[in-house]
Design a protein around this ligand. Structure first.
Ligand SMILES: *Cc1c(COP(=O)(O)O)cnc(C)c1O
Length: 391
């Protein structure tokens, strides 16, 4: 295990990332291009070095959530396609065109507004039209197929836009029961029916895409021209109760250190609220991480950490910057020792998906929630290639 002076840090394995790209790519049909979803600072992993590594691996299509993210990713991926999955103010039209960014069209009204901004400036904005086939978030309502087709044709005729594709997003592709499977199938049928009807009218689009991570894992559709891989790229599961049919490697590990070790006795309490009271003599260590680092307070008295490869429970409430663990059974303890909150230590491993289970959330929220106070340390071939703002 690599060690640093810092009190807490996240190790980002670019080798694990490369492994995941490889195994995901092996799943894709020959007409499906890999699209790396790097929104939210690459799911909290650190957008710059993730993007640079993905570019080096030959990935040429990226998806982000916002205009600001797109402009940043353009710096790391100067030659690639970048698709903004969410809303961008039409006032950003010039920058969208200047940076060759693809904007998602959210509705017919939005298309008209964006197009009129572009037309006034004599530019064209690349876009993909979003179809709402059942997610209920953004997009043209696809269930009214005739109206939807009409709207698509209206948008295709707007002179400020250069429409290169249509796409949709699955709502329950990670649910194994037959009702949800049928729902996903219906979403898929809707978009490809619409695409077929457009083809019959000689309207050919470069892109028709539907797959997110769960789609790639459980509803692989070779007709989808893009596979928008998010969570699996980072080695986590779309649904922690449903096995992924290929071997992923988690990219992020979260580690901290022991700052203090002491014995406590029957009746002694630990942390705010006195939610933990010793029933007998216990050895307690304090670690230098807390909820301000994104280690959720809901993990209080719930989660475990690894010390010397052995599991130790969190005792008492997680504080803002410090947390206590029970180390009674751990040999060879010392102040400064490394403690693993997420990741491998010895033969054991704690995943972000495991932590998510303690407070009814998903691994996505765990990794996205690791705060900016935690420096990201990027590792490639066992070497540290970059450390964030470390002093
Ligand atoms: C976030 C997002 C994805 C990626 O989702 P994962 O489940 O992380 O693969 C794909 N498409 C859209 C539209 C998204 O918003």
């Amino acid at each position: 295990m690599l060690e640093y002076r810092q009190r807490a840090w996240a190790e980002i394995s670019l080798d694990a990332l490369a492994h995941n790209v490889q195994v995901i790519q092996n799943q894709l049909g020959e007409h499906t291009e890999f699209c790396a979803v790097v929104k939210a600072d690459a799911y909290g992993h650190g957008e710059e070095f993730i993007c640079k590594k993905l570019s080096a691996l030959g990935i040429k299509f990226y998806a982000v959530s916002s205009f600001e993210e797109a402009i940043r990713v353009r710096k790391w991926c100067p030659e690639s396609e970048i698709l903004i999955l969410g809303y961008t103010a039409p006032e950003c039209a010039v920058s969208l065109a200047e940076h060759h960014i693809i904007q998602t069209i959210i509705s017919e009204d939005y298309a008209k507004e964006l197009s009129s901004y572009a037309k006034n400036l004599n530019i064209k904005i690349k876009c993909h039209i979003k179809l709402d086939t059942g997610m209920g978030r953004i997009g043209l309502f696809a269930k009214s197929q005739e109206t939807c087709l009409q709207e698509i044709k209206t948008i295709l005729n707007l002179s400020g836009l250069q429409v290169e594709g249509i796409f949709t997003h699955f709502a329950v592709a990670d649910e194994p029961d037959s009702e949800n499977q049928a729902y996903t199938q219906a979403q898929e049928n809707l978009i490809f029916d619409i695409s077929d009807k457009l083809k019959q009218e000689n309207i050919l689009l470069k892109h028709v895409h539907c797959m997110n991570s769960a789609g790639i894992c459980y509803h692989n559709q070779p007709k989808s021209t893009l596979a928008r891989a998010g969570i699996i790229l980072y080695g986590l599961m779309p649904n922690r109760f449903l096995e992924v049919p290929f071997a992923l490697q988690p990219v992020l590990s979260l580690r901290t250190r022991i700052s203090h070790i002491k014995m406590i006795h029957k009746g002694d309490c630990v942390s705010y609220g006195r939610t933990y009271q010793a029933q007998e003599q216990r050895k307690i260590a304090t670690i230098t991480i807390g909820y301000a680092d994104g280690y959720a307070r809901l993990l209080s008295n719930q989660a475990q950490v690894l010390v010397n490869g052995i599991r130790c429970p969190i005792v008492g409430r997680v504080c803002m910057d410090q947390t206590m663990i029970d180390v009674t059974d751990i040999p060879d303890l010392s102040v400064g020792m490394v403690v693993t909150l997420i990741g491998q230590d010895g033969n054991d491993c704690i995943t972000a998906d495991e932590l998510a289970g303690y407070y009814q959330t998903i691994g996505y929220e765990v990794v996205c929630g690791i705060s900016k106070r935690i420096p990201r340390v990027f590792i490639e071939n066992s070497n540290i290639i970059h450390k964030d703002n470390l002093i």
